[in-house]
Design a protein. Structure first.
Ligand code: AHM
Ligand code: MG
Length: 327
């Protein structure tokens, strides 16, 4: 059985980056342990606080965030950190080579119901043309990510990671606190007619896109009709698609003109897009390829359509041809 650092070494990942990944993986072991206590631990329930997105913070959001921040500040190779739970970027180590952004606990609404949750992260090279403390450190194109991954805290704990070429899956041995390779060089399965979406938002999507999705589920032969699987946590939904194939959609909707999309570009869409594309799928916003997009606001939101190349491209056609609708 091959350990995480051995696989990354075989991929010619620089040692300093392997060390940063090991630091994140170690935090995720600790988060997995906290998650595993459930109602017998101190992790369930909400706090009185809201994050910068205006969302109520769960205790586990804060525990996971504090663990990652403290570890990455102490790690030494990380210059700047950004988190979904923190309004501003913060300096970890001046002059260090990398910057790291993360969603410490994705799928927070699943915490109290023993549903799927996870940690999503991305690593870029630090910029020398902007100050270390500046959020402009992260104003880079998605294609500049040098590493992306997530950890899914499900019935077992899974780490999926890519340093730009292959995508590998690891499973946590909880006794040893180590991740061991369980799928090397994952390849996207084309043609799986499963999709993942919050269908309760359907009537807020552009009309032509609504019609396209309804066409996918209209009564038809079992071989052409889509079925739906929705965990309500991007990390779980994307893991299913990366493992089995299919389509994930979280388009913008017409409810809030100023903030039409829910998912965050930096620490949700970028890393998932890198993983899906590296495995052979594709990932789009309504404007084009996610990895071609550049960040210009730390907590910027974006529509996301990712997975099977054929199904994504059909959605993209329906969306880009669609007039914006008001339900
Ligand atoms: P979070 O990072 O605060 O947990 O929010 C992101 C999550 C995604 O994992 C998921 O796809 C989406 O929110 C679900 O939101 P909703 O239930 O509002 O559709
Ligand atoms: Mg999230």
């Amino acid at each position: 059985m091959t350990l995480l650092n051995e696989v990354l070494t075989q991929d010619n990942t620089p040692q300093a980056l392997i060390d940063v990944v090991a630091c994140i993986a170690n935090c995720c072991c600790q988060i997995a342990e906290q998650v595993g206590h459930g109602a017998l631990g101190e992790t369930l329930g909400a706090t009185e606080a809201e994050n910068v997105q205006g969302e109520v913070q769960k205790k586990l959001d804060i525990i996971a965030n504090d663990l990652l921040v403290a570890a990455l500040v102490a790690q030494g190779s990380v210059r700047t950190i950004a988190s979904e739970e923190e309004e501003h970027a913060r300096v970890a180590t001046h002059g260090a080579p990398y910057i790291v952004a993360f969603d410490p606990l994705d799928g927070s609404s699943n915490i109290d119901v023993n549903g799927q949750i996870g940690t999503i992260f991305t690593v870029f090279n630090a910029r020398d043309d902007v100050p270390d403390h500046s959020e402009e450190q992260f104003f880079q194109a998605g294609s500049k990510q040098i590493c992306a991954g997530y950890v899914l805290y499900g019935p077992y704990t899974t780490l999926v990671i890519s340093t730009g070429t292959a995508v590998h899956e690891f499973t946590l041995n909880k006794m040893r606190g180590e991740f061991y390779a369980s799928k090397l060089a994952m390849v996207f399965h084309a043609g799986m007619r499963e999709f993942s979406a919050n269908m309760a938002n359907l009537f807020y999507w552009p009309k032509k896109f609504q019609n396209h999705i309804l066409g996918m589920i209209a009564p038809q032969s079992a071989s052409t009709r889509f079925t739906m699987r929705w965990q309500g946590a991007m990390v779980g939904d994307v893991h299913r698609i990366l493992t089995r194939g299919g389509l994930f959609i979280y388009p913008g909707d017409s409810r809030d003109i100023k903030q039409p999309a829910k998912l965050r570009l930096l620490y949700e869409a970028f890393p998932m897009a890198l993983l899906i594309e590296a495995a052979g799928g594709c990932a789009y916003t309504e404007q084009g390829r996610i990895l071609a997009a550049s960040l210009n606001e730390l907590h910027q939101r974006t529509p996301v359509i990712l997975g099977d190349k054929t199904f994504v491209s059909e959605c993209f056609t329906a969306l880009s041809a669609a007039e914006k609708c008001i339900a």
